[in-house]
Design a protein around this ligand. Structure first.
Ligand SMILES: NC(=O)c1ccc[n+]([C@@H]2O[C@H](COP(=O)([O-])OP(=O)(O)OC[C@H]3O[C@@H](n4cnc5c(N)ncnc54)[C@H](O)[C@@H]3O)[C@@H](O)[C@H]2O)c1
Length: 389
């Protein structure tokens, strides 16, 4: 793949909750030379999702013949796509990603890397031997507030960076009670493996990926009668008596090898107000607070409100002056990504395929995140005893 005019054939494996946004994103890159030539989902009913995505993009729906694959192995062997988005349940990431890399495809892999650390390592090994682009769908590392924080870090605004906090808290945000998300053998865990990759990706990315020295964590699964859980993420729609053996909330404390302390709180269900994802960078010279709030609790990034405030204090006239500078990217519609952050990552994947450069967030970063998740769960099993990495 060389010149920017070359057509890049794209495909999506699994177009359920999130895969449909990948399909939208690849279709939106038509004028940049991307052609969606194949999709794969084991559920034939999902073809209706593909049809509606094509219709909303104003494009003719392709014939199922030659475009739709119900069997992943068949898709990998015969579709001939150059790049594939893998949007499958976590336990299927390893078989899909390893086979795609081994087949010579470029891969955009949804977070987390996989349901287990061993599976994540197998994916990273396949990525390394393939020489292909292996991008991570860590969409929050591509937002305007991430870029702002990165610029502030690079310009030394914080002085000595001391502590970083990340939180993603929902009141009623268990995704599909009784479905694969809540079954540990399939997902690998609850919010610790679902929400925490975004928090770790953001915080570690801003700090240029320091390594953790040790990790201490606790998980919480106690559900009081009538307490939050079911909700707009579809909780009530699946079998409420189905298996749910993952945590509802995780709390992590880690000491990083750059001298910074990191705190994480990720909850699918806790007593709180609206769904919020936030970050705080505390330094000797300044503190930055970044937050994304979903005002109607629907999880749609396009409707979320992003803010960032920088707190500094300077001496003027012999007195300390506190200055709070606010940044609101929502006032600039050009910074918004209509497809839940996929357009930016997919444009980057395309550029990486054409130029040979490594994406900002790659499979290597997903493995680093998985190592922390794994350590956090091991620590939680030992009642919070620190795990050294
Ligand atoms: N980056 C983000 O913001 C974000 C958001 C949501 C989900 N995700 C990730 O995306 C992945 C998928 O999550 P989701 O919410 O879309 O799940 P989902 O259950 O809604 O969709 C999964 C799809 O995979 C299909 N599928 C299952 N087994 C298959 C097989 N063997 N072959 C082919 N297709 C198969 C299902 O039919 C379904 O359509 C997960 O890894 C999740 O962590 C990421």
């Amino acid at each position: 793949m060389g010149a920017s005019s070359d057509v890049v054939k794209a495909g999506v494996i699994g177009y359920g909750g999130i895969g449909k946004f990948h399909l939208q994103g690849w279709l939106a890159l038509k004028s940049a030379g991307v052609e969606v030539t194949a999709v794969c989902d084991a559920d034939p009913a999902k073809w209706a999702v593909a049809e509606s995505v094509y219709a909303s993009a104003g494009l003719p729906v392709p014939s199922k013949d030659g475009c739709l694959y119900l069997d992943m192995k068949d898709f990998i062997a015969r579709s001939g796509v150059d790049v594939v988005s893998i949007c499958l349940p976590n336990f299927l990431h390893e078989p899909a990603a390893v086979a795609c890399f081994d087949r010579g495809m470029n891969v955009l892999l949804e977070k987390p890397a996989a349901n287990t650390l061993d599976a994540a390592k197998a994916i990273a090994a396949a990525y390394a031997r393939s020489g292909k682009v292996g991008a991570a769908q860590l969409n929050n590392n591509y937002t305007p507030t991430y870029e702002l924080a990165e610029d502030l870090m690079n310009s030394g605004v914080f002085g000595e960076l001391q502590t970083v906090d990340g939180w993603w808290t929902r009141r009623n945000g268990i995704p599909f009670y009784g479905d694969w998300f809540g079954i540990k053998a399939k997902s690998g865990g609850g919010p610790g493996i679902d929400l925490m990759p975004h928090l770790l990706g953001w915080l570690l990315g801003i700090m240029k990926w320091p390594k953790p020295g040790w990790v201490s964590a606790r998980t919480f699964d106690k559900a009081e009668p009538g307490c939050p859980g079911y909700g707009p993420y579809g909780g009530g729609k699946k079998n409420p008596d189905g298996v749910f053996d993952v945590e509802r909330r995780i709390q992590v404390y880690s000491q990083l090898d750059n001298g910074v302390t990191m705190n994480i709180n990720a909850a699918w269900a806790m007593h709180t107000d609206l769904e919020r994802m936030g970050f705080r960078l505390i330094g000797s010279k300044a503190t930055l607070v970044v937050e994304r709030v979903w005002p109607i609790n629907d999880g749609d990034d396009a409707k979320a409100i992003d803010t960032a405030t920088l707190y500094t204090t300077t001496m003027e006239g012999g007195r300390p002056w506190t200055s709070d500078r606010k940044f609101n990217p929502d006032t600039d519609p050009s910074t918004q990504d209509p497809f839940m952050g996929r357009t930016k990552t997919q444009s980057e994947v395309l550029d990486c395929i054409r130029t040979g450069r490594t994406p900002k967030t790659s499979i290597t970063n997903l493995l680093a995140i998985q190592e922390i998740i794994d350590a956090a769960y091991r620590s939680a099993e030992a009642a919070g005893k620190p795990v050294t990495l």
